[in-house]
Design a binder for this molecule. Structure first.
Ligand code: ADP
Ligand code: ASP
Ligand code: MG
Length: 411
């Protein structure tokens, strides 16, 4: 039997009624002749609640216990989905990550999938089971402890299963009917795309478009998984949604395809660090050891043998970053006069493979933002993206004015 992977995000399993609705879609694909692997998220809001419990109990928490706690939301929905399917006379069984076992690294909170043995689930399909319901987001480390794959990680669970089982397609059911030119919650004129290239989706995801977890796009690209994003609330339509595909399959050649916004950014500056070989390693080594996801880095012009070093990182990692840098200072590994923190910034990014061949995109972006009176705090570019850090209060204004200026509402 061909295998189909169907992933349902938090809003699609938020209530028992919604689980029933999702189960009906699964039942339809079983009737179409598929063995189905269903990957479920926790009920909407549940993971945030669990993360809140952890932070309240222990702000500098042990990441192994964080994973034990925040992975539990998916256990509930996996069991409920299996029960709902059984009530519909569809033979189904649930699997937690460790039962598969979905083997990961020991990087708690951001573990990477290493292997998914297929024998357990394949044997059950052989015995007549039609649906394997897998709890998304979770796995097991070599030490035998529960791990999680980072926020939004159920997308990655789904794509990894599609690759391991050589599935015909991986359908990501969510609360929007596809991938848009920007977050439709920020810009009502955002346009749904029928197709988007892996490279562009990868950039949009890593720059803050949370419709897909970055790692899921990476895996789909590497293993050529046919990946589709579609709504779990709309009527069934076999051609619905957005297909993430190879660049060659896309006809559009606009310089900018999409805009991403990430609100959870902070900017930190080490004032007056020595401008000498090894200083960047002395700063970013301890930050890496503390698990800080440093993003943009800017080093200012040197003056009197000293320079300022600025970097951005996720807002919720500021406390950890501060304590890692203070500890490095105390040990004498790095000296700085002051550590400044601007916790209220957002990153706005333009993405498009057309940028490779068309110039002037950055200049136009800066012009548009300057006309709105928006100051740029940090700028970074790569082959197919331009990102700027701005005050968080300008997020909507920046996205909407850029969406207009680059005419992303038009095909
Ligand atoms: P799920 O719970 O199903 O995993 P998420 O909340 O993680 O859903 O992702 C879906 C959300 O992603 C949408 O509600 C939308 O607000 C947001 N989003 C951000 N950027 C985009 C985009 N470019 N296209 C579509 N949705 C986007
Ligand atoms: N429940 C997890 C989260 O909210 C994983 C997911 O939904 O993909 O991040
Ligand atoms: Mg998600």
């Amino acid at each position: 039997m061909p295998v189909l992977v169907m992933k349902f995000g938090g809003t699609s399993v938020a209530t028992l009624d919604k689980i029933k609705r999702a189960a009906k879609r699964v039942g339809r694909e079983v009737a179409n002749g598929y063995d189905v692997i269903v990957v479920v998220s926790a009920m909407s809001g549940e993971t945030n609640k669990l993360v809140g419990y952890v932070n309240e109990t222990s702000p500098m928490y042990d990441a192994r216990e964080y994973d034990a706690i925040v992975s539990s939301g998916e256990n509930v929905t996996a069991g409920l989905m299996a029960l709902t399917l059984q009530e519909m006379d569809v033979p189904a069984r649930s699997w937690q990550g460790w039962q598969v076992p979905l083997k990961t690294t020991s990087a708690h909170g951001a573990a990477r999938i290493e292997e998914i043995p297929t024998d357990n689930i394949t044997a059950k399909f052989g015995e007549g089971m039609k649906v394997a319901v897998v709890a998304g987001f979770q796995g097991i480390s070599p030490e035998g402890r529960i791990t999680t794959l980072g926020r939004g990680g159920s997308d990655t669970t789904a794509v990894a299963f599609a690759a391991a089982f050589d599935a015909e397609r991986c359908d990501i059911y969510t609360d929007v009917d596809g991938v848009y030119t920007t977050d439709p919650r920020i810009e009502s004129k955002a346009r749904k795309m029928d197709k988007i290239a892996f490279e562009e989706m990868l950039e949009l995801a890593s720059l803050g478009a949370k419709v897909l977890q970055t790692r899921s796009v990476e895996l789909a690209m590497r293993y050529s998984v046919k990946l589709r994003v579609l709504s779990s609330f709309e009527e069934y339509d076999p051609n619905a949604g957005t297909l993430i595909c190879a660049e060659e399959e896309i006809m559009e050649n606009k310089p900018v395809s999409g805009i991403a916004a990430s609100r959870e950014e902070a900017k930190m500056t080490l004032v007056s660090v020595a401008d000498r070989p090894g200083i960047a390693a002395a700063i970013f080594g301890p930050l890496a050891d503390a698990g800080i996801n440093v993003d943009m880095i800017v080093q200012n012009i040197s003056d009197n043998g000293e320079t300022d070093m600025t970097f951005s990182c996720p807002t919720d990692q500021v406390a950890r970053a501060k304590s890692a840098l203070d500890a490095a200072k105390e040990k004498g590994a790095v000296q700085f006069a002051e550590l400044l923190c601007d916790p209220d910034v957002a990153k706005i990014s333009l993405v498009g493979i057309g940028m490779r061949s068309q110039s002037g995109v950055a200049a136009k972006m800066f012009d548009v933002l300057s006309k709105e009176g928006i100051n740029l705090k940090v700028i970074a570019t790569s082959e197919i993206k331009i990102s700027v850090l701005v005050d968080r209060k300008y997020t909507e204004l920046a996205v909407q004015s850029l969406h207009d200026a680059f005419e992303l509402d038009k095909v």
